[in-house]
Unconditional design. Structure first.
Ligand SMILES: Cc1ncc(COP(=O)(O)O)c(C=O)c1O
Length: 369
């Protein structure tokens, strides 16, 4: 998926394969207290490699019981996840992986010689895990369980009971639970998603500025975990990118202040609340060809379509004929689905959907004459 996106996203007229929120500008952050002048005067040396103490302390305040020693600041959530793989996984280990999902954790453990065992979220059960598959995937051999929560791409949020059941199983089997919470705070019309943090000492959380905050370009993410695990991730960090960018660390210190975080989450919510009805109305216009279970959080709409045409082929047609990029379900572990971005400007969304509809109607015509 990443390769498809990086190949085409700047060549198509409309990129609806995105997964974040229309990004915040530096000037907006200046309005929240970022001192642009001090950035102009900043000597561009190395920054503290695990994140400045000020940033880690600010982040720790959002995770009860955590201190700066429980936090490693990384280059995006993806690096946070990657460092945890390097720190925790060895050849022969098993990783349980929720599907559909952000697919990084399908690939990285395998490249390190671990075996990945998927368990499905079930659309017919409101995207709850298939518990039988979950229990088959998470056994005493499991080193780590990876979830995105809220989930990419379904936008689903687990019930408190489902969260407890997952944590219990990790405790029973001695597995780490890696909860990627980069979409936490991007709830559309519901209360804030509870964090897994604090539910057990087997829990490790990753997150970052890229999704709910709307600031992917500064590439700031973080790990929150037991101090020993975090220390090992810091060592791995030394060998990869050394540390985060100094300007980004300064930007992040402003963005994660509680009052600014809430403003940024509210901005995200307003964008998503405005766009979701546009998507809803559009999907309803296909009289059953599209099944759309609305996201509860995040900027992604996953839709099932009623045709045997592979999702890659359908998405390619949309790209070639309409210059619109979407994500085929097959790239997310789910054939028969397409993923469309919800986080852009309304007029951009409307035009993108108009173009996608031309190809979907052509597909319906092909199937039913
Ligand atoms: C669940 C999840 N985690 C991590 C990432 C990557 O985040 P970052 O840009 O912070 O590296 C994504 C991007 O789509 C994602 O969906």
């Amino acid at each position: 998926m990443e390769r498809m996106q990086s190949t085409w996203e700047n060549l198509v007229e409309m990129d609806l394969s995105e997964s974040g929120i229309r990004p915040v500008a530096l000037r907006e952050l200046a309005g929240m207290g970022l001192d642009l002048d001090s950035i102009l005067d900043m000597p561009l040396g190395y920054s503290q490699s695990n994140g400045t103490i000020a940033l880690r302390e600010e982040l720790a305040r959002g995770y009860p019981g955590a201190s700066a020693d429980h936090i490693e600041v990384t280059n995006g959530t993806s690096e946070a996840n990657y460092l945890l793989s390097l720190a925790l996984l060895r050849p022969g280990d098993e990783v349980a992986f929720e599907v559909p999902n952000y697919m990084q954790y399908g690939g990285v453990p395998e490249s390190l010689g671990a075996t990945v065992k998927p368990f499905r979220l079930r659309i017919d059960r409101d995207w709850e895990p298939d518990w039988e598959e979950f229990e088959r995937a998470v056994t005493p051999k499991t080193r780590l369980v990876y979830l995105s929560h809220p989930n990419n791409p379904t936008g689903s949020v687990l019930t408190p009971e489902a969260m407890r059941r997952i944590v219990r199983r990790c405790e029973q089997t001695g597995s780490w639970l890696l909860a990627d919470e980069v979409y936490l705070g991007a709830e559309i019309a519901r209360e804030r998603t509870p964090s897994f943090w604090g539910m057990s000492d087997r829990v490790i959380v990753t997150s970052g500025l890229s999704k709910a905050y709307g600031i992917p370009g500064v590439r700031i993410g973080w790990i929150v975990g037991p101090a020993a695990v975090v220390a090992e991730c810091w060592s791995q960090h030394d060998y990869i990118t050394i540390g985060p960018n100094k300007i980004s660390d300064a930007v992040a210190r402003i963005a994660v202040r509680p009052e600014n975080r809430e403003k940024l989450y509210a901005r995200t919510r307003a964008i998503l609340q405005h766009n979701l009805p546009i998507m809803r109305e559009w999907a309803a216009g296909f009289s059953g060809f599209l099944t759309f279970r609305e996201p509860q959080a995040g900027a992604l709409c996953l839709m099932r379509y009623q045709s045997p045409t592979p999702s890659f082929q359908l998405s390619e047609r949309i790209r070639v004929n309409q210059s619109v990029l979407i994500v085929p379900g097959v790239h997310l572990g789910l054939e028969g689905y397409i993923r469309v971005w919800l986080g852009g400007k309304p007029e951009f969304l409307r035009e993108g959907l108009r173009r996608i509809a031309i190809e979907l109607h052509a597909e319906i015509e092909r199937l039913h004459g």
